[in-house]
Design a protein around this ligand. Structure first.
Ligand SMILES: NC(=O)c1ccc[n+]([C@@H]2O[C@H](COP(=O)([O-])OP(=O)(O)OC[C@H]3O[C@@H](n4cnc5c(N)ncnc54)[C@H](OP(=O)(O)O)[C@@H]3O)[C@@H](O)[C@H]2O)c1
Length: 308
């Protein structure tokens, strides 16, 4: 539970964190408190999740006790409407104020998509990503955040960030599970010293925003058989697989018993087990980004181009 990966900066990130997307107001604060009490030292947040204030109240309570701010790795994400360089610091300061923190451990560009405040879209070229990146670097210089990175970026888009970067991206947070393994993108990021966080590691069962033309990953027979073999749950197999394949992962739950279950993954999958899971890959995205493509500026092809 206390194992970590080292980021390009030398800072360490705990391999399992608590996801907070769709963790409803009224329960998310308790989930964060439960997670930290149960040993989690990594919480994944985002401004767009709309629950950072309640998470901030939970942090305030927790950090008044034995666990200190510096013991917990906190990530948040810059929303699509805040990519203009002059808006970046304000967005980060709003998140810091909501979370009640003086600094973040990691701040990610949430999506490679630019929007106006009214939700309309700007072409990707309208705000050079290098300009947004420079504004993020300035936030590191000011001590507002320790590491910066991206999310949902293809290798092609990561390369664009790297071109003018003074501070290397520490992370690419991407959808990754047995049905969408993205081996080339993972290999590319690791070869550049960029860590990968796997989101939706369980296949986000029950998520009303995802297209469930495929079962959630934890419902897959092969995963359930492996769970039986190791006397663990299907969720634990998915999380163990993510860690063993070299990624950080951030399963979401607001249920205390599941929060505990998801972090109890100190068994080992054999090479044979890993091969069986590798064979499940079918390039299936649940979070396919189709909600960004109902306009003239973005298509699924342009969004994911250069991923493989
Ligand atoms: N960067 C991005 O664009 C992006 C996109 C998606 C997600 N994320 C991040 O990644 C996190 C995780 O992804 P996700 O929330 O999509 O999916 P997930 O973690 O794969 O699945 C979460 C769902 O699984 C249920 N669950 C949790 N533990 C379980 C267990 N042990 N057994 C059975 N069901 C279980 C949860 O319900 P209960 O809460 O009822 O337990 C919830 O419905 C998010 O919360 C967010 O922080 C980032």
């Amino acid at each position: 539970m206390d194992s970590t990966f080292t980021l390009v900066s030398g800072n360490k990130i705990p391999v399992v964190g608590l996801g907070t997307w769709q963790a409803e107001k009224g329960v998310v604060g308790q989930a964060v408190k439960d997670a930290i009490e149960l040993g989690y030292r990594h919480i994944d947040c985002a401004a767009i999740y709309g629950n950072e204030k309640e998470i901030g109240e939970a942090f305030k309570e927790v950090f008044a006790g034995d666990v200190k701010r510096e013991d917990v790795f906190v990530t948040s994400k810059l929303w699509n409407t805040m990519h203009a360089p002059e808006k970046v610091e304000d967005a980060l300061k709003k998140t810091l104020s909501d979370l009640g923190l003086e600094y973040l451990d990691l701040y990610l560009i949430h999506w490679p998509v630019h929007q106006n405040d009214d939700g309309s879209f700007l072409p990707y070229e309208a705000i050079p990503i290098g300009d947004t990146w420079k504004a993020l670097e300035a936030c590191v210089d000011k001590g507002l955040v320790r590491d910066i990175g991206v999310s949902n970026f293809s290798a092609k888009k990561v390369k664009q960030v790297l071109q003018g970067a003074r501070i290397k991206p520490a992370m690419n947070q991407i959808e990754r599970h047995a049905y969408l393994q993205q081996p080339k993108l993972l290999e590319y990021c690791l070869s550049e010293g960029i860590r990968v966080t796997a989101y939706s590691p369980l296949g986000s069962p029950g998520n009303s925003m995802y297209d469930f033309s495929e079962k959630a990953v934890i419902e897959t027979e092969a995963i359930q058989k492996l769970a039986e073999k190791h006397n663990v749950t299907a969720a634990q197999v998915c999380i163990r697989w993510a860690i063993q394949s070299g990624t950080v992962t951030i399963p979401k739950s607001t249920k205390r018993h599941r929060i505990q279950e998801n972090a109890t993954v100190d068994f080992k999958l054999s090479d044979e087990d890993m091969k069986e899971i590798a064979a499940l890959d079918k390039g299936h995205r649940y979070c396919d980004g189709s909600f960004w493509t109902k306009n003239e500026h973005y298509t699924l092809e342009s969004l994911w181009e250069g991923t493989e």
